[in-house]
Design a protein around this ligand. Structure first.
Ligand SMILES: C[S@@+](CC[C@H](N)C(=O)[O-])C[C@H]1O[C@@H](n2cnc3c(N)ncnc32)[C@H](O)[C@@H]1O
Length: 488
């Protein structure tokens, strides 16, 4: 029973794009994760067929089972290894077995297939074929890249050094390499599985696709700064931010304690209802905004529903609302907006539209050497995809508050590639007076409200960037290796 309840819960979340299926399974703390993963993964692959069977037999109406639960039960009954539960559910399913089997048979006849496997949607098959590398982020709060490499070498892995190009990301057997863009990422062959590995279980490494590490890497908040991870759950980027900030996010706990909430409650706060001018938030300097999206870039979650225009429009409206809200934080210096969507509507269109009303922010080129750029006219943004970067599909934009010394013209040279920066109010000074001025020389402040999350870099105008690097270096020298508690 517990297996099916948990599987249904995870399936529902994954299909609502509330997290990667694998992460949801492994974060569930379920006793037998392998069994759980197999059940959810397979049910998800057959999701469209199962829905059709359930609809045509009116199973949900007749049994009052919730759809996700009905799906996992019907999967195991008809396609999997048989029901592993007893009691009322088994009785109900067995009572309907003949009708369910007949519905499955009708679908196979209609599609002209004899094997259940041939019913899997093209996108699910594509998923199996993608064979993306396995990425592992070293949790620098607990260990170092060097120690992790040594540990793995002692375990029989062969280290290939740092990758130079995307081609170096294709690895075989027990070989691995260090990523060329994000140094705390190690890359393995597609079949490598670290879920049962000591390093993963001990929190020394985090299993996170490279694309999903980009937002924190690009935001790059200095240790001690005030960072808000606006849509933090389930928290992978939050823990990445915490690591980049050398875990100097204790003020977050302080804030939470002071507010009498737990981290879990925080993750369930409505970001849109957070008052940017309230004492808790008015000092926020960096925001990572990774709002709910269609998930169309996730190779394992691709399905036809992500082309549903009504859904895309509603998601884009929500994302724009979040982005506009985020830019209203009075002390905000930099913001990373990211999605795991491949749709322009959720990416470039949201950013362009927001910047039209927020001319006091500008786009900064993100990792200029990155091969895939934002769609025209936003080449400052980056995109990721299985073909160009060997990752899931992703979009990242970096917005920075204009300083008084910023060039006034906006169709400019800080673009990468051949597009222009979209900012219809070129030459305008910041639209509203901010309560906090942005200054390169400003040292970090001490407060950290809500989710601290992500870092990074490369794309700032040179002087500020250099200063920040120096500052980081100074801090690095000062800060002894902190062995941190679990990151968020
Ligand atoms: C794409 S996921 C974020 C993933 C996260 N950054 C990570 O790396 O683990 C978006 C999250 O935002 C949450 N969310 C949606 N609307 C929200 C809102 N109004 N306020 C706060 N969070 C929201 C969703 O529940 C979902 O967990």
């Amino acid at each position: 029973m517990a297996l099916y309840v948990k599987a249904a819960e995870i399936l529902e979340k994954a299909e609502k794009k509330q997290g990667a299926l694998k992460t949801l399974v492994y974060d569930s703390k379920f006793g037998n994760v392998k069994q759980l993963f197999a059940l959810v993964f397979e049910t998800h692959k057959f999701s469209a067929v199962l829905e059709e069977i359930i609809a045509s037999t009116k199973l949900v109406k007749l049994t009052k089972l919730r759809l996700p639960l009905a799906k996992v039960l019907v999967y195991d009954l008809l396609i999997g290894h048989g029901l592993k539960c007893g009691g009322a559910w088994k009785a109900v399913l067995l009572k309907n077995r003949a009708r369910l089997q007949a519905a499955l048979a009708r679908i196979k006849v209609r599609q002209g297939v004899s094997d259940n496997q041939d019913l899997i949607s093209d996108s699910a098959k594509q998923q199996d074929q993608q064979n993306l590398p396995r990425y592992l982020r070293v949790n620098t709060l607990k260990t170092s890249v060097e120690d992790t490499v040594d540990y793995l070498k002692r375990e029989g892995f062969t280290y290939r050094g740092q990758a130079r190009t995307v081609d170096d990301l294709t690895l075989k057997g027990k070989t691995f390499a260090q990523d060329m863009d994000i140094p705390e990422i190690l890359i393995f062959s597609p079949k490598t599985d670290f879920h049962d590995h000591f390093l993963y279980k001990a929190g020394h490494v985090i299993l996170q696709d490279k694309a999903s590490c980009l937002p924190a890497h690009v935001l790059d908040p200095p240790a001690g700064s005030v960072v808000l991870d606006a849509c933090a759950a389930p928290g992978n980027k939050t823990s990445h931010l915490a690591a980049l900030m050398k875990n100097r996010v204790c003020t977050m706990s302080t804030l939470l304690l002071r507010a009498g909430v737990t981290c879990h409650q925080l993750k369930h706060q409505d970001f849109l209802k957070v008052d940017p001018h309230s004492p808790e938030y008015r000092e926020v300097e960096y925001i990572l905004l990774d709002p709910s999206c269609s998930g169309s870039g996730m190779v394992c979650l691709r399905d036809d529903s992500d082309t549903d225009q009504a859904r895309l429009s509603s998601l884009a409206a929500f994302q724009l609302k979040c982005l506009k809200h985020a830019l209203s934080f009075p002390c905000l210096k930099r913001l990373v907006y990211s999605t795991c969507s491949i749709h322009r509507q959720e990416n470039e269109d949201v950013v362009s539209s927001c910047l039209q009303d927020n001319t006091h922010f500008r786009l900064v080129p993100v990792l200029p050497h990155w091969p895939e750029r934002g769609l025209k006219p936003l080449p400052q943004c980056l995109r990721a995809s299985p073909t160009s970067t060997r990752t899931h599909g992703f979009f990242v934009a970096l917005l920075q508050r204009r300083s008084d010394t910023d060039p006034v013209e906006v169709t400019t040279t800080d673009s990468v590639g051949d597009g222009d920066i979209v900012s219809p109010c070129a030459g305008q000074k910041r639209a509203a007076e901010s309560e906090c001025e942005v200054s390169d020389s400003e040292e970090q402040s001490e407060l950290t409200p809500a989710d601290p999350t992500e870092p990074t870099q490369h794309s700032e105008p040179a002087p500020a960037h250099k200063k920040r690097r120096k500052r980081k270096k100074r801090k690095k020298n000062k800060t002894p290796g902190e062995s941190g508690p679990d990151s968020h």
